[in-house]
Design a protein around this ligand. Structure first.
Ligand code: SF4
Length: 490
């Protein structure tokens, strides 16, 4: 059996980092972890080929080669997924689909032959058994949660890693918290299910053996869901693994209560974590209470963020506007908060209600659901009718984005961050791409860019005051270019 696994194209989004990736001659942030894991769950005797449309074309010859096409996609890849499926059906192929897009919308994809939904470790074996028996169903779903200790080492050898900036690894699924707009708990439950330290090390060893030395993203929804296991098993194993190795620094996502645990922060930094994405959402307490984000309530959020940065963890933040409790001042409040906290990568979106969440149910009950979600958090769209009115929200949002990413505010934020950030000593692997990015930044930002004054000011300010942070300053200048391009303000 020839299995073609296809990952549809992402539009140009905040998270695509497409404009920044050009500086380091990469095509995409990271390869499709779901598909390389599915490939490892397919029978070893099958021939497998992965095409990521973010790095390669899907040729007619690839489709002709396949006996079966597996498509995995997130909501934001919807348009490209439709195209891929249609092309494969025109060529007479059997199409099997899975991933978050199809979980909520499988009934809209009439051309797909079979859906393998929920966690592949549970539903793919059912599909394969029925395939063997010749009695395939259209939909394979499960209400149970997979045992992560049974998840295989992904088949990274199917991917040309040269195109990517980072590889991904997943230690846990599920989150103990209960934010009402989040579909993680709806899809993956509240109890964090984890892989063993031996599994994690086996995955890292494989990446290292393939020559990987760049970033590795722990794509857990909340990496610190099981702190006891992290401290006793996983982080000590990562600290041992890192000894004598170059590169391979870790990024992850965690809840803000990480800032309350100095031991955990220190262990993460020692293990090689450099950045953490935190869902801050909003500085407005009423809005945090409204969405049940209790872990962010009754704390000084700026202080929590700065503590993480002082410990050596760069904070990327998720922010939301458009809660029912938001007042007209929310846009200014968000701007001031983000500037003060020094969060450079601030992903601000309008409140959306993903399928399966408690927010979705409430919006449905209140008759406030609009069109399908785009899945792009920062395109100024929402699938709900906001209380403050769509036009007020859209205008306030656009103004906030313009202000946040204006060269003046952005470079000021970078300086705020660099002043408080305490970088850990890293055994960095310098690649040709970084040297290329440095000279490209001089040309594109310092000579031809509109922000050239701000660029040179940051360049010399960092060089003379914080030379150890100079490379970071250039990286952030490049990020700023990407954010302005995506925002249409450059
Ligand atoms: S903390 Fe993050 S992952 Fe957990 S429920 Fe809230 S938004 Fe979802």
């Amino acid at each position: 059996m020839n299995a073609l696994l296809v990952y549809p194209q992402f539009p140009d989004t905040f998270w695509s980092f497409r404009h920044a990736l050009k500086f380091i001659r990469k095509k995409a942030s990271s390869p499709p972890l779901g598909l390389v894991t599915i490939a490892a769950l397919l029978p070893p005797a099958w021939e497998k080929r992965i095409i990521d449309l973010n790095t390669n074309h899907l040729d007619d010859e690839d489709i002709a080669w396949a006996d079966m096409v597996f498509v995995s996609a997130m909501v934001v890849q919807r348009d490209s997924a439709y195209d891929v499926i249609h092309r494969c059906k025109l060529a007479g192929k059997t199409v099997v689909a899975g991933g978050p897009l199809f979980l909520g919308e499988w009934d809209k994809f009439g051309e797909v032959d079979h859906f393998v939904l929920n966690e592949g470790e549970l539903t793919l074996p059912l599909f394969l058994q029925d395939l063997e028996k010749g009695s395939l169903q259209r939909v394979y779903a499960s209400e149970e949660f997979a045992d992560m200790t049974q998840s295989p080492v992904p088949l990274w050898e199917l991917v040309d890693t040269r195109y990517y900036d980072s590889l991904s690894i997943q230690y846990s699924r599920g989150c103990p918290f209960n934010c009402d707009f989040c579909n993680v708990t709806a899809m993956l439950g509240h109890r964090p299910r984890t892989k063993t330290a031996a599994q994690i090390i086996a995955e890292l060893d494989k990446m290292y053996a393939l020559g990987w030395r760049r970033n590795i993203f722990f794509v857990d929804d909340n990496f610190i869901g099981n702190r006891k296991e992290l401290k006793e098993e996983i982080l000590p194993a990562l600290i041992r693994w890192r000894k004598g190795k170059k590169g391979c620094y870790f990024i992850t996502e965690a809840s803000i209560n990480l800032a309350d645990d100095p031991e955990l922060m220190k262990m993460m930094v020692d293990a090689g974590f450099t950045s953490v994405f935190v869902g801050i959402e909003t500085p407005a307490e009423e809005s945090l209470a409204e969405c049940h984000k209790g872990q962010n309530l009754r704390r000084n959020l700026v202080e929590s963020v700065q503590r993480l940065q002082r410990f050596g963890l760069q904070v990327m933040g998720g922010f939301i506007v458009g809660f029912d409790s938001d007042r007209p001042t929310i846009f200014q409040q968000q701007l001031e908060f983000i500037q003060k906290s020094g969060i450079i990568t601030a992903m601000v979106g309008m409140l959306q209600a993903p399928y399966g969440t408690r927010l979705y149910e409430r919006m449905e009950r209140e008759g406030r659901l609009l069109q399908d979600m785009t899945g792009n958090n920062t395109d100024g769209s929402t699938n709900i009718l906001p209380k403050m009115g769509f036009e007020t929200l859209r205008k306030g949002y656009q103004q906030l984005m313009d202000e946040l990413y204006s060269p003046h505010n952005f470079y000021q934020r970078v300086r705020n961050f660099l002043e408080m950030y305490n970088p850990p000593r890293l055994n960095v692997a310098i690649h040709f791409e970084e040297i290329y990015a440095f000279f490209s930044s001089i040309w594109r930002l310092g000579i031809t860019g509109k922000e050239r004054r701000e660029y040179w000011r940051l360049f010399f300010w960092t060089l003379f005051r914080y030379p150890r942070k100079f490379a970071l300053a250039i990286t952030f200048a490049i990020y700023g270019y990407h954010f302005r391009q995506v925002n249409g303000s450059s």
